[in-house]
Design a protein around this ligand. Structure first.
Ligand code: T4K
Length: 366
């Protein structure tokens, strides 16, 4: 039996390279609260990602919660996609806002701007789309809708580290963008995340909110969380940045090989990535239609027998989860995609032999 192949495997630097950073931390005894490594990582990330301001967080979820809080939204409705990870919806509810789920465009798997427009009411305060799998949303149209209706636009860009689209970082669109640096992401700091914003004033507000709302010893601006990234995590980020271009290049190769080997398999469609100046190939989702001899769930089980652990990102959709059923909505495209999608293993160290094995499992029933 082959070694287990998981949906992803984190990239890690050489352990020896990490030691000097730990020695520095041990030496100066600054462990957290936006120390020197934290500041350096913010600076280097702004340069690498080509974004004006970034605030690091201990994970993407707290960053999402804080992003919504930072915009001071009056209690109301936030239009979002049901085809996502639960953190997107949780962040809305944590802010005592009401999620309004609308359907997706099945080609991109992202929120459908026409459906967004239809769902706007006088209670709507913001739109929270997700660049699912790192595939850009229709950023131009969404901005137009947000401007026309005076709504805030916050992107859940958890999957979109390093993507460039239509001449700039994908993270520059909207009022705020939130990234995740979780172990399963393209760029990881074990756990971590960040908010990208457009002004020094907003960065200052976010930095205060991620530190309990502290302005100074006697002033607290809001009841907010502790979202700070530690110095150890920041150190790892600095090291990961040194090899990120190689990481992205390796992912692209895996993506290309899969596409080539799967191009003629009846009933299997690889979700296309839009034409981007820079893509991160963060996931490799395939859609299994009725023309394929097995259902998605049967293929998922068949993989498991072969020690291959593909994942159903994203199934079930939010409105099918018991906790979100009270926000139910008609979203047939999201429903269908969630029943047909399977994310294949995708990470830089996946070998040609492993890709071949995965493809053979798919082809073996033809
Ligand atoms: N918004 C969106 C759209 C998101 O997708 C996410 C997170 C967020 C917001 C929130 O960001 P964070 O707060 O997480 O920063 C994973 C991740 O935990 C989660 O970060 C991610 N999205 C989501 C899509 O997937 P699981 O429960 O599927 O992960 P898990 O533990 O089953 O890991 C998958 C595979 O990865 C494992 O089978 C093996 C491998 N793995 C995983 C970990 C954690 C490793 O090899 N090493 C590891 O340390 O949720």
């Amino acid at each position: 039996m082959n070694e287990p192949i998981y949906v992803t495997q984190p990239v890690l630097p050489e352990l020896e390279a990490f030691i000097p950073y730990l020695e520095q931390i041990w030496e100066n005894k600054i462990l957290t609260n936006c120390g020197p490594l934290h500041q350096q990582l913010e600076k280097e990330l702004c340069e690498y990602l080509d974004v004006p301001f970034i605030s690091l967080f201990n994970n993407g979820t707290i960053a999402l919660v804080t992003a919504l809080q930072a915009l001071d939204l009056d209690q109301g409705e936030v239009i979002t996609t049901p085809y996502t990870f639960v953190a997107t919806a949780h962040s809305i509810v944590w802010n005592k806002l009401k999620p309004v789920f609308v359907d997706i465009d099945p080609i991109t798997s992202n929120i459908d701007p026409n459906e967004v427009e239809k769902a706007i009411t006088d209670k709507t305060v913001a739109i929270l789309p997700v660049h699912c799998y790192g595939i850009p949303c229709d950023v131009a149209l969404l901005q137009k809708i947000a401007d026309k209706n005076n709504l805030k636009l916050i992107y859940d860009a958890a999957h979109a580290f390093g993507c460039k689209y239509q001449g700039q970082s994908l993270l520059n669109y909207g009022d705020l963008s939130v990234i995740s640096f979780h172990a399963t992401k393209v760029f990881n700091t074990f756990e971590g995340g960040a908010i990208v914003c457009h002004s020094a004033e907003m960065k200052q507000r976010i930095d205060q909110l991620k530190n309990f709302g502290i302005v100074n010893e006697t002033t607290i601006i809001d009841a907010s969380l502790n979202g700070k990234l530690s110095e150890v995590h920041a150190a790892l980020g600095l090291l990961q940045l040194k090899t990120i271009d190689e990481t992205l290049e390796a992912r692209k190769k895996v993506d290309q090989i899969y596409r080539k080997l799967l191009q003629d398999v009846q009933g299997i469609k690889c979700i296309s990535r839009l034409n981007m100046e820079k893509d991160n190939c963060s996931y490799f989702p395939i859609v299994i239609s009725e023309d394929y001899p097995l259902t998605r769930d049967q293929l998922f089980e068949k993989f498991k027998v072969q020690n291959v652990f593909a994942r159903k990102y994203f199934y079930p959709i939010m409105t099918d989860l018991e906790i979100y059923q009270k926000y139910s909505a008609e979203t047939p495209q999201a429903q269908l995609l969630s029943q047909q999608v399977l994310c294949l293993p995708m990470y830089p160290e996946l070998t040609i032999e492993q890709i071949q094995l995965i493809v053979n499992v798919i082809k073996s029933v033809m």
